[in-house]
Design a protein around this ligand. Structure first.
Ligand code: GLC
Ligand code: CA
Length: 530
C-alpha cells in the first residue's frame, strides 16, 4: 500500500516546554533587516513600530529571538552600518521610546532581542571624526607615501572595492575597510574601549539580550600596517589571517565584553560576525571567556553537495567541541544572495536546505523572508540600488540590494502590505503568492513548513543540541540521526529510494512509502520519527 505524506503534520497547540539556562545554545534567531521588514508610517521604509506590530507573527513562527540590524542615527551610507550616534534611534526608524517599547513588547511575547553593534568603524559624521584633533587619536590616520604624500599609506583595499584609504584636505590619509564614510576606529586608544563599553551598558540597561558584533574580526590591525602584496587581497580574504582581519589581538577585546555581559543577569549574549579562515580560528571567538556564538559562514558558503555539506557540518561541530560552544548555522542574511537563488535549485532546494539546517545541533539564524521562500531579486533597476558596494566596482559582490527587498505581507499588489506608501526598493510584480497572508494556513506553503519545523524542534527533546550520527545512505543522499529523529537529505535532482527509516514527521516535499521502502523526491529533506 502506498501512502503519501503531502503536508506537514499540524502544529500542536500546547505551549512550548520550559527551556532551561543557556537559551542561546539551541536558539533559532530571526534576523530583522529593519528597513525592509514592516513600515508603520507610510514613508516606504521599515521602522521599529513596524517590527513591534509584527511581533505576533514572529511569535507564531516559533523563533526564540530577533536580531535587529542597526537602527541608530546614521547618514545611511551603508544601510545604517555607518553610525553617527550609537545612543540615538535614527528618525527614519523611530525614536528611543519606540526601541524601548519594542524591547518590552518582545519580552512580553517571550522573544529575546539582540541588536547590532558596529565597533570597527563609525560614520564620518560621528562627532569624533568631525573634530580633527579627536579624530587623529581615535581613528587610523597615516601620512601618505610618495614625494608629496600623494599615495595611500599601504596597499589595503576596501571590502567594497577601491583603496581602503582616503586623503583628507589636511593631506593625511584615514583608513576605511569599508566605505569612505566608515572610518576605522583606532582600538589602541583606551577612549575607544571605554566608549563602546558605555554604549553596551546603555543598551543592556534598556533591556537588550545581547549584541551581534559587526566585523568582530576587524578592530585590531597588525603593527606597522604592512602591505599585503599587489593584487593578493581579494584571493586571501576569508582564507588567511590578514593584517586587518582575524588578528589575535581582537580576542582581548572580546574578553572584556564577555565580562561586561556577565555582569548583567538574564544571560545576555555576544555573537561574532567574524570571517575567520577556518572553523578552528572561528572557534577562538567563542572560547569560554569570549563570545557566546559566531556566525558560521563556512556553512553558508557550502554548495548543495553531500561531500561538502557533510564536511562542513563535521568540521564545524569538531571545532566547537573543545571550546564547549554551540555551532551555529545560517543560510541567508542581508549581505549575500538569498539561498533560494544561491543554491541554484529553486524553492525545492531552499526548503530542503532549511529543514536540514533546522535538524542540526546548535543555534540557527533565519533571515527575514526565507520563511516565505523569497528569491533574490536580480533585476532591480540601477537607479533603485543603494548598496555602496554597487557603486564601488569590484568590491564585495556589489549586489546586496537584491536580498533586501521589503517583505510581502498581504494583498495582490506592491507594496503587499509592507506599508501604506510604497517600498524603498521595488518589489516584484509576481510576489502575491509569496505573501504571509497567502501562505498562512496553506499546509504546502514554505511558511507553514518553517512553522512546523520550529515547533517540532522545540518539542523533540534534544533536537537543538547534542551530537549527530551519520548513517549509511545511497550516493547523493545524506542520512543522520538526532535525538528521536532521523534526517534524510536528497541532494540529487531526481527521486531516490531507501529502506523505510521510520514514520515521516515532516518533509520538504511529499515522500512516498511503499511497504518497507520510501521514495524521497529530488532536492528534499525529511525528518523521520525513530
Ligand atoms: C558587516 C555587515 C554589512 C556591512 C559591513 C560594514 O559585514 O553585515 O552589511 O556593510 O559589516 O559595517
Ligand atoms: Ca517608516
Amino acid at each position: 500500500m502506498t501512502q503519501e505524506l503531502t503536508s506537514p503534520s499540524p502544529a500542536p497547540q500546547a505551549p512550548a516546554p520550559h527551556r532551561g539556562p543557556g537559551w542561546w545554545r539551541d536558539a533559532v534567531i530571526y534576523q530583522v533587516y529593519v528597513r525592509s521588514f514592516a513600515d508603520s508610517n507610510g514613508d516606504g521604509i521599515g521602522d521599529l513600530r513596524g517590527v513591534c506590530g509584527r511581533l505576533p507573527y514572529l511569535k507564531a513562527l516559533g523563533v526564540d529571538a530577533v536580531w535587529l540590524t542597526p537602527f541608530y542615527a546614521s547618514p545611511q551610507a551603508d544601510g545604517g552600518y555607518d553610525v553617527a550616534d550609537y545612543r540615538a534611534v535614527d528618525p527614519l526608524f523611530g525614536s528611543l521610546d519606540d526601541a524601548r517599547d519594542l524591547i518590552g513588547a518582545a519580552h512580553d511575547a517571550g522573544l529575546r532581542v539582540i541588536i547590532d553593534i558596529v565597533p570597527n568603524h563609525t560614520s564620518d559624521r560621528h562627532p569624533w571624526f568631525q573634530d580633527p584633533a579627536l579624530a587623529r587619536e581615535r581613528y587610523v590616520f597615516r601620512p601618505g607615501k610618495g614625494e608629496r604624500g600623494e599615495l595611500p599609506p599601504n596597499d589595503w583595499e576596501s571590502i567594497f572595492g577601491g583603496p581602503a584609504w582616503t586623503r583628507t584636505d589636511r593631506g593625511d590619509w584615514y583608513l576605511h575597510l569599508f566605505a569612505p564614510e566608515q572610518p576605522d576606529l583606532n582600538w589602541d586608544n583606551p577612549d575607544v574601549h571605554a566608549e563602546f563599553a558605555a554604549i553596551m551598558r546603555f543598551w543592556l540597561d534598556l533591556g537588550v539580550d545581547g549584541f551581534r558584533i559587526d566585523v568582530a574580526h576587524g578592530m585590531v590591525k597588525a603593527p606597522g600596517l604592512p602591505d599585503i602584496g599587489h593584487g593578493e587581497q581579494a584571493r586571501l580574504v576569508g582564507s588567511q589571517v590578514l593584517p586587518f582581519f582575524d588578528q589575535d589581538g581582537v580576542h582581548a577585546i572580546h574578553r572584556t565584553w564577555r565580562r561586561l555581559l556577565d555582569e548583567y543577569d538574564g544571560e545576555r549574549i555576544g555573537v561574532a560576525e567574524a570571517w575567520a579562515p577556518s572553523a578552528e580560528r572561528l572557534a577562538l571567538y567563542v572560547r569560554p571567556d569570549e563570545l557566546h556564538q559566531a556566525f558560521n559562514f563556512h556553512y553558508l558558503r557550502a554548495s548543495w553537495d553531500v561531500t561538502e555539506l557533510r564536511g562542513v557540518i563535521d568540521e564545524s561541530l569538531a571545532a566547537m567541541r573543545p571550546v564547549g560552544a554551540p555551532a551555529t548555522w545560517v543560510l541567508s542574511n542581508h549581505d549575500v544572495v538569498r539561498h533560494r537563488t544561491r543554491l541554484g535549485g529553486g524553492l525545492d532546494r531552499a526548503r530542503a536546505a532549511a529543514l536540514l539546517m533546522l535538524a542540526l545541533p546548535g543555534s540557527a539564524y533565519l533571515y527575514q523572508g526565507e520563511e516565505l521562500g523569497l528569491p533574490e531579486v536580480t533585476d532591480l533597476p540601477d537607479e533603485a540600488r543603494q548598496d555602496p558596494s554597487f557603486f564601488r566596482a569590484n568590491g564585495q559582490d556589489g549586489f546586496r540590494d537584491g536580498c533586501r527587498v521589503p517583505l510581502p505581507w498581504s494583498g495582490d499588489l506592491p507594496p503587499y502590505g509592507f506599508g501604506s506608501g510604497g517600498s524603498w526598493l521595488p518589489q516584484p510584480a509576481d510576489w502575491a503568492p509569496l505573501t504571509v497572508e497567502a501562505q498562512t494556513g496553506d499546509p504546502g506553503s514554505t511558511l507553514e513548513l518553517y512553522r512546523t519545523a520550529l515547533d517540532l524542534r522545540r518539542r523533540l527533546p534534544g533536537l537543538g543540541d547534542g551530537e549527530i550520527s551519520w548513517q549509511p545512505a545511497p550516493e547523493g543522499l545524506l542520512a543522520f540521526r538526532r535525538p528521536g529523529v532521523l534526517c534524510t537529505v536528497n541532494t540529487l535532482g531526481r527521486a531516490a529510494a531507501l529502506p523505510l527509516p521510520g514514520k515521516p514527521l515532516l518533509s520538504s516535499a511529499p515522500v512516498t512509502i511503499d511497504g518497507a521502502s520510501a521514495v524521497v523526491p529530488g532536492d528534499s529533506c525529511t525528518w523521520w520519527a525513530i
